[in-house]
Ligand binder design. Structure first.
Ligand SMILES: C[S@@+](CC[C@H](N)C(=O)[O-])C[C@H]1O[C@@H](n2cnc3c(N)ncnc32)[C@H](O)[C@@H]1O
Length: 438
């Protein structure tokens, strides 16, 4: 059976926006129904695009229809967004975008609506002024929910627009060369031999390579041999900021899918590392990554905030807490996040983060280091967490990051798009020894 890309796109967007499922969950399943890699890529491009421009697509429909389609017709409303997105933002010829979308409507049991859909799309084609949003609410002009725009304006009076712009961009593909297997310069040469264009733009990250174009990573040199991993450059700072070596006992308390776990072990292959995550299913990816890269860790499915259920009684020299967060720093990679995340989620996440931090702190050896990390840009999950924690723990002190990695009082906030990296936050805490406390 052959599947229609536009039908799958409309259903996937409906599942995200109306059913609250994530695109990372929905899209791979929809792509698995398609044989042609070009169709898989097209499906992703359309779904990402609809998520990036949802308010404007809704607003355009609002100008052309008396009311949106409801109940069992909702997927057809999303099909309209799919059609309009193609007309406005993609280089698909208009006649093909319109006829393919109308054909898709028939498959979505919208036989009686083909005239309406055709009419809406033809109007969009003829009236570019429908996309003039100069007087529209900020949420429509900026394609983000109002609460997030306000939060960013408050936190970043100078940079909020730059953050919103970065969220609308396509994220690049970054690799991290596995230095325990191959020298980054030799790996770069292997890319050149295959005619793959890249840059190595971040001076402090020698293993980071940015590809000029998205690729099927399994066909890059050395995939099966574990010569590299896919990891945004911002996330590649974690292992070095944690300052690891092979003699240490290390905890990676929120480890799945294992990007940072593997990086730590590439830098400190003999370290005794416990990799923990609450989600058993996500730990499968950790096992796969460790196996492909030839690394070893003690992988445990457990709750980091309940150490009594898993801790073996030996304090850790290093702890990485890459805590669950709003992921507001990685919206360019996951454009659906802005619709899935609600304002009320932030306080719930902040409370969970503080609980994990408090519980894991008790497992850190005196003199040991804990690195707190999020892919959020919201102070409530970042600097405010560290400030609150330091106020409540007299045995904790802020271990200042090197100057180039410390732009805030309580840590380092990378904003999305800076050097083409994701938004990330790092803060390093040190546990005082008895001598230091005295
Ligand atoms: C930001 S992700 C970690 C990414 C990972 N460090 C990496 O680099 O690949 C956060 C992880 O925390 C896990 N998590 C959420 N709550 C947890 C808890 N209470 N205890 C342990 N893990 C938890 C989630 O399942 C998720 O895998």
């Amino acid at each position: 059976m052959s599947y229609n890309v536009r039908v799958l796109a409309a259903r996937s967007c409906f599942d995200v926006v109306d059913q609250g499922m994530s695109l990372s969950e929905v899209l791979p399943k929809a792509q698995a129904l398609l044989d042609n890699p070009l169709d898989k890529a097209l499906l992703q491009e359309i779904c990402f695009g609809v998520m990036r421009y949802l308010p404007q697509l809704e607003a355009v429909c609002g100008q052309l229809m008396s009311k949106p389609l409801i109940k069992q017709l909702r997927p057809l409303q999303f099909l309209l967004y799919v059609g309009i997105y193609q007309l406005k933002f993609m280089r698909i010829p208009d006649h093909a975008a319109i006829s393919e979308t109308v054909d898709a409507a028939r498959e979505l049991k919208g036989q009686s609506l083909t005239k309406l859909i055709n009419g809406v799309l033809r109007n969009v084609q003829r009236q570019p002024e429908l996309f003039n949003f100069a007087t529209a609410p900020a949420a429509v002009q900026l394609n983000h929910p109002g609460w997030l725009i306000t939060a960013l304006q408050q936190a970043y009076p100078q940079q909020w627009q730059q953050i919103l712009d970065a969220n609308q961009q396509k994220a690049p593909l970054w690799l991290r060369v596995n230095i325990s297997k191959i020298n980054p310069t030799d790996y770069a040469a292997a890319l050149t031999r295959q005619g793959i264009e890249y840059t190595r733009p971040v001076a402090g990250l020698p293993a980071a390579i940015k590809l000029a174009q998205a690729q099927d990573v399994t066909s890059l040199p050395g995939y099966a041999e574990g010569w590299f991993s896919v990891q945004d450059a911002a996330a590649q700072y974690a292992a070095s900021l944690l300052d690891v070596n092979s003699s240490q006992h290390i905890l990676d308390a929120c480890c799945a899918p294992g990007g940072k776990t593997c990086h730590i072990l590439e830098l400190a292959p003999e370290a005794e590392l416990t990799a923990l995550d609450k989600e058993t299913k996500r730990l499968l990816r950790v096992h796969e990554n460790l196996a492909r890269l030839g690394l070893n860790a003690n992988v445990i499915a457990a709750d980091a905030a309940e150490p009594d259920s898993w801790w073996q009684g030996k304090l850790f020299d290093r702890i990485l807490l890459d805590v669950p967060c709003s992921a507001t720093g990685v919206i360019r990679r996951h454009p659906d996040i802005r619709w899935l995340r609600k304002k009320a989620d932030i306080a719930v996440l902040a409370e969970l983060q503080q609980r994990i931090l408090r519980q894991c702190w008790s497992l850190l050896a005196p003199g040991g280091t804990l690195l707190y990390a999020t892919c959020s840009v919201l102070p409530a999950e970042n600097s405010e967490q560290i400030e609150q924690f330091l106020q409540q723990h007299s045995d904790a002190k802020l271990d200042r990051l090197p100057q180039q990695h410390a732009n805030q009082q309580y840590g380092w906030q990378l904003l999305p798009g800076e050097q083409d990296m994701d938004g990330f936050f790092y803060a390093r805490l040190k546990k005082m020894t008895n001598n230091e406390k005295a």
